[in-house]
Structures are given as structure tokens and as C-alpha cells.
Design a binder for this molecule. Structure first.
Ligand SMILES: *[C@@H]1O[C@H](CO)[C@@H](O)[C@H](O)[C@H]1NC(C)=O
Ligand SMILES: *[C@@H]1O[C@H](CO)[C@@H](O)[C@H](O)[C@H]1NC(C)=O
Ligand SMILES: *[C@@H]1O[C@H](CO)[C@@H](O)[C@H](O)[C@H]1NC(C)=O
Ligand SMILES: *[C@@H]1O[C@H](CO)[C@@H](O)[C@H](O)[C@H]1NC(C)=O
Ligand SMILES: [Zn+2]
Length: 316
């Protein structure tokens, strides 16, 4: 009896110490390195996420990736899961990504989300220090690997496609395939079936050649430095209510937990790029808001302002 109790305590403390979180100091992203050495910022230098800015070099050989099977309806069914850290859509086979500087073909295995709170943004990567409301990650595994464990031991084992999610007034009907199912996975451990739909319908399909590229890590433990990151410049747009379904209706606790905790701010802090090269694809643009852009438009407005002033003064 005593032995069983002691064993139970060991098991329980093991499970607790192994789980990570986002908002409690003893298990938040700054403490991950204590539990998972490869998350330690001083032991490893190629962490994710990072800030993307306009000092990046353009790489003229980075064209659009080839997204195989993204524009058709796959057979079988997909599964949406709340694992207590995110909402994950596990997809069946049939989809893969290649090209765009990737060294191999990568099979698509799942996609998941990172978000903030009702009044705060929660993308993992930032652009010019701006954080978007959400970020979606499509995770792809190099085809030579039998499972994720072996892929995590390969510096280019995973290719993750990251999409910023921004908010507008209009509902995104395609995103509804996921957001309408969220109430079935409100609590940790819950899963529900999702009818496959063309993944491409979620993506900014006219702007898939505009992206950033760098080598980094998983943004969740064990933070393995095994990821080729592709961050698309043009966001996916969803409505305020679709965003709110993530920020206030998903919980990091189980349904029967004594204290219910909303799952919020499930993003890791920004890491230094150190000596890494961060590139922009051939077609990447500088979006409005970047310093260079403002400078140029002010320059082209100046003659117009002078003309208007001249007309105004001559009328006096
Ligand atoms: C440009 O991208 C290609 C494909 O990923 C890569 O082989 C090459 O080293 C990159 N060039 C530079 C200057 O980073
Ligand atoms: C948060 O996102 C909103 C909507 O895109 C944006 O207007 C705002 O500037 C962002 N806030 C920060 C602090 O990045
Ligand atoms: C992953 O594949 C390797 C090599 O085939 C195997 O040794 C290992 O047990 C597998 N791991 C899991 C978790 O399936
Ligand atoms: C998206 O692509 C279209 C078509 O190429 C282009 O006209 C538009 O400027 C791009 N949007 C952004 C924000 O770069
Ligand atoms: Zn992620």
C-alpha cells in the first residue's frame, strides 16, 4: 500500500515536471530549459520564433513551394484535437510540400495554432516587432523519416509553413471548417472528426511566392533545432468572432478539472537570430508600414503638396 502510494507520487511528480505551460512561472517558456535542456537559450543558438525585419537579404532562387494535394479533398477523415497546448488538426496522407529551396519532399502531418488573449495578439513570429493576432503552422516531415522522433534528430527533418492570421469584419467561410468544430474540443484531451477540405482554401493563394526563410527550432518542447521555416508575408484573414473562439472558448484543462483555465497566449518569446541568415523569397515585398515604404511615398507626395500649396497661395 505504502509502496503503491510512493510509486504513484513518483509517477505524478514525473508527469507534472514533464509538462510545460505558457503562463505559470514554474513551467512557462522561460522555464522550459530546466525541463528540456534543448530549450535552453544558451545551450543552443538556433531557436524559434524570431523577429523578421526589413534588413533581410533577398534570395533570388527562392520561388513558390510546390504544395501537392493541397487543392483537392483528401480521402478519409481528419481529427481535431485539444492537447492542452494548442488545437491540432491531424491530416490523413496525400499532401506534401517540396521546392522553394527545400532539400527533399516533406509529407504534411498536421497543422495547429498559436494565439493571444481577448485583448492581446499571439503570433509567435513578429514582423518589425509587430505581433499578429494568431499564427498557423502546417507541419511537414521529411519523407525519409519513419516518424517524428527520427525527424527531430535531423537539422532539416521538418519543414513548417507559418501563416500569420489577422482580423477583419468578414467571416472566413473556409476557416469555418475548423472554427465551427472548436466547441467539440474545448477541453484538453478532446478530439473530433473533421471532413477533409482543400487546405489551399485557407491560404493566401495569390501570394504564395512571398515568404521569409530561415533555419530554426520547434517552438514547443523539446525545442529541437530541426525546422526549415517558411513564413508567408500575406496573412490569412478571419473574423473577430472566429478569433474569439480560440481566445476565450478553448481550455488548457480537462472537462472535469476543479479549476478551469482558458488556453491563452500559447506562444514562445522571440529569440536572437545570432549568425543565421534570414532570407526573403524572390517575390517578397515590403508591406506598408515598413520604414522604406513610408519614406518613398512621402517623397512622391512632396511635389503634389507643393503644387497644391502653390494653387492655394495664388488664390489668396
Ligand atoms: C538561396 O537559397 C538556396 C536554396 O535554399 C540556397 O541553396 C542558397 O545557399 C541561398 N543563397 C544564399 C545567398 O543564402
Ligand atoms: C495586434 O493586431 C492588431 C490587428 O492586426 C494590430 O492592429 C495591432 O497593431 C497589433 N498589436 C501589436 C502590439 O502588435
Ligand atoms: C521511430 O523510428 C525508429 C527507426 O525506425 C525506431 O527505432 C523508433 O522506435 C521509432 N519511434 C517511435 C516513437 O515510433
Ligand atoms: C498579393 O499578390 C497580388 C497578385 O500578385 C499582388 O497584386 C498584391 O500586391 C500582393 N499583396 C501583397 C500584400 O503583397
Ligand atoms: Zn507551432
Amino acid at each position: 500500500m505504502i509502496q503503491t502510494a510512493a510509486l504513484l507520487m513518483i509517477v505524478v511528480s514525473y508527469v507534472i515536471s514533464e509538462d510545460y505551460c505558457y503562463t505559470e512561472p514554474h513551467c512557462d517558456p522561460y522555464a522550459w530549459g530546466d525541463m528540456f535542456p534543448s530549450c535552453h537559450p544558451l545551450l543552443e543558438e538556433h531557436h524559434s520564433p524570431i523577429n523578421l525585419d526589413h534588413h533581410m537579404a533577398r534570395n533570388e532562387s527562392l520561388y513558390s513551394l510546390h504544395l501537392e494535394g493541397f487543392d483537392v479533398i483528401q480521402a478519409g477523415h481528419w481529427t481535431l484535437e485539444n492537447d492542452g497546448h494548442s488545437v491540432i488538426l491531424h491530416v490523413s496522407g496525400g499532401m506534401s510540400v517540396s521546392g522553394g529551396g527545400l532539400p527533399d519532399v516533406y509529407h504534411t502531418i498536421q497543422l495547429h495554432f498559436h494565439w493571444g488573449g481577448p485583448a492581446t495578439n499571439g503570433s509567435e513570429h513578429t514582423i518589425d516587432d509587430r505581433r499578429y493576432p494568431m499564427e498557423m503552422h502546417i507541419v511537414n516531415m521529411k519523407s525519409i523519416h519513419p516518424n517524428v522522433t527520427t525527424a527531430l534528430g535531423d537539422p532539416t527533418g521538418l519543414a513548417v509553413l507559418g501563416f500569420f492570421i489577422d482580423v477583419v469584419y468578414a467571416e472566413n467561410v473556409h476557416f469555418g471548417h475548423i472554427s465551427q468544430k472548436l466547441s467539440s474540443v474545448a477541453y484538453k484531451g478532446q478530439t473530433t472528426k473533421v471532413k477533409p477540405f482543400p487546405l489551399m482554401s485557407l491560404l493566401p493563394k495569390h501570394n504564395m511566392s512571398q515568404y521569409f526563410r530561415y533555419y530554426g527550432s520547434l517552438t514547443t518542447p523539446p525545442c529541437s533545432q530541426a525546422v526549415i521555416w517558411t513564413l508567408y508575408q500575406v496573412p490569412i484573414y478571419i473574423s473577430w468572432s472566429q478569433l474569439a473562439q480560440f481566445t476565450s472558448q478553448i481550455f488548457s484543462t480537462e472537462e472535469d478539472a476543479e479549476q478551469v483555465t482558458p488556453l491563452q497566449n500559447n506562444f514562445r518569446h522571440i529569440h536572437p537570430t545570432f549568425s543565421r541568415t534570414v532570407s526573403m523569397s524572390k517575390d517578397a515585398k515590403w508591406l506598408s508600414g515598413a520604414a522604406g515604404h513610408i519614406h518613398r511615398s512621402a517623397g512622391s507626395l512632396l511635389p503634389l503638396i507643393i503644387i497644391i500649396l502653390g494653387v492655394f497661395i495664388s488664390r489668396l
